[in-house]
Write a protein that binds this ligand. Structure first.
Ligand SMILES: [Zn+2]
Length: 391
């Protein structure tokens, strides 16, 4: 445990009002492809206009690509990369949540590389080729606090034809620059604030229990869990609470660092299967649905690690006897405090019958994450966890 590699080559500008520095910070080129979601919020909140005028003040021209879905898809990566090439963009700026920024990373990769993005995917039906060329530089301006993508190299894209939702990343897909300005997060509605905050919590918690954890990732992970617990209920109750938003934003950036230095575990593989086959299911909501069953299963396998997480959530682990593990209790309490304790898979059209197929999809697409668990789950145990989570 006293040995680790540390690599996070991203300049991060963090804090309320930091977006204004986009006008003066050194940028990796003179022409940007700005990637945003197909939804209206980047325009109605004025964020797109602000980013375009700050870029202009910095002497950067911009072309906008605005097709990204909340579970981003392969065909839009192909389309965005063609636009970046045609317009001879020097870098790709992702503005929005994880879907816009992840898409920006994949587009930046494909703007510089031949063939199809799925040629370079290392799992499922991906062709597992190595990437010949460096990606275009990526700039991330995040307007949500959930995926941590501003501080990690990961991008998760769904192949809409094969129903596979697979992560990818290399040293080039770390953003060169990330701006994390909690003022941009004030407009996120309560339910999505909760989903995204729980995603950040699970990146930290899974990164902590993962066998890839390091002394540095653990510092970030425990702090992130503490900050989500402290800030998320207030951010859900009152979206304009800038202090709570800042706590959750910091938790999220720290969680991104955890994802860079450690790894998520099989809970994330299971969730990718749920939302790959049911794209209307938000990633964070899927994780919340799985979490009680998942961490309860691991409670007697890694009790001390879960004790540490429970203490980071303010639980007194010395005074407990019987019942659920303290971490599971704390998780359920946080879900109640954030009004997300009633989520049901059946509410998103998931049937009990498809659970074995969901488990199989998790192994086929994100099987590597099962290798990060400290206990080797059998296929049947994976099915059991999803069954226990089902309602
Ligand atoms: Zn996640």
């Amino acid at each position: 445990m006293n040995e680790f590699n540390y690599f996070i080559p991203t300049r991060i500008l963090f804090g309320a009002g930091k977006l204004n520095e986009l006008a003066t910070v050194s940028l990796p080129g003179r022409k940007a492809l700005v990637v945003i979601s197909a939804g209206k919020s980047m325009r109605t909140n004025g964020y797109l206009e602000r980013v375009l005028s700050l870029l202009e003040a910095n002497g950067v021209k911009a072309v906008v690509f605005d097709r990204i879905l909340s579970n981003p898809v392969l065909s839009h990566v192909t389309e965005g990369a063609a636009l970046a090439r045609d317009e001879q963009c020097d870098f790709v700026l992702g503005l929005g949540g994880g879907s816009a920024i992840d898409s920006a990373k994949s587009i930046a990769l494909m703007a510089q590389n031949p063939g199809n993005y799925w040629d370079y995917i290392q799992a499922g039906t991906g062709k597992r080729r190595s990437v010949p060329n460096k990606a275009l530089p990526v700039v991330a301006v995040t307007t949500t606090a959930g995926t941590g993508t501003e501080a990690d190299p990961w991008t998760v894209i769904t192949n809409e034809e094969t129903h596979e939702k697979i992560g990818f990343g290399n040293a080039d897909t770390f953003p060169a620059l990330s701006i994390v300005d909690p003022e941009l997060m004030l407009s996120v509605p309560p339910l999505f604030t909760a989903y995204q905050g729980f995603d950040a919590l699970f990146h930290a918690a899974e990164g902590y229990i993962s066998n890839a954890a390091t002394p540095v990732s653990n510092l970030f992970a425990l702090k992130s869990v503490e900050l989500v617990t402290a800030g998320l209920p207030a951010a859900v109750r009152d979206g304009n609470n800038l202090e709570a938003r800042t706590q959750v934003a910091l938790a999220n950036t720290l969680s991104g660092m955890v994802e860079s230095l450690s790894s998520t575990t099989s809970q994330h593989a299971m969730e990718h299967a749920l939302s790959a086959l049911h794209p209307d299911l938000p990633h964070g909501a899927g994780l919340i649905m799985l979490s009680e069953a998942y961490f309860s299963f691991f409670a007697d396998k890694i009790p001390h690690l879960l004790d540490d997480l429970a203490r980071a959530m303010g639980e007194d682990t010395n005074r407990r006897q019987g019942g659920k593990h303290a971490f599971v209790d704390a998780l359920l309490k946080l879900q109640r405090d954030c009004n997300v304790d009633h989520l049901k898979m059946s509410g998103y059209g998931i049937c009990r019958d498809e659970i074995p197929a969901l488990a199989q999809n998790a192994y086929d697409t994100m099987g590597k994450l099962f290798e990060r668990d400290r206990y080797d789950l059998s296929f049947d145990e994976t099915v059991t966890i999803i069954q226990n989570a089902y309602r």
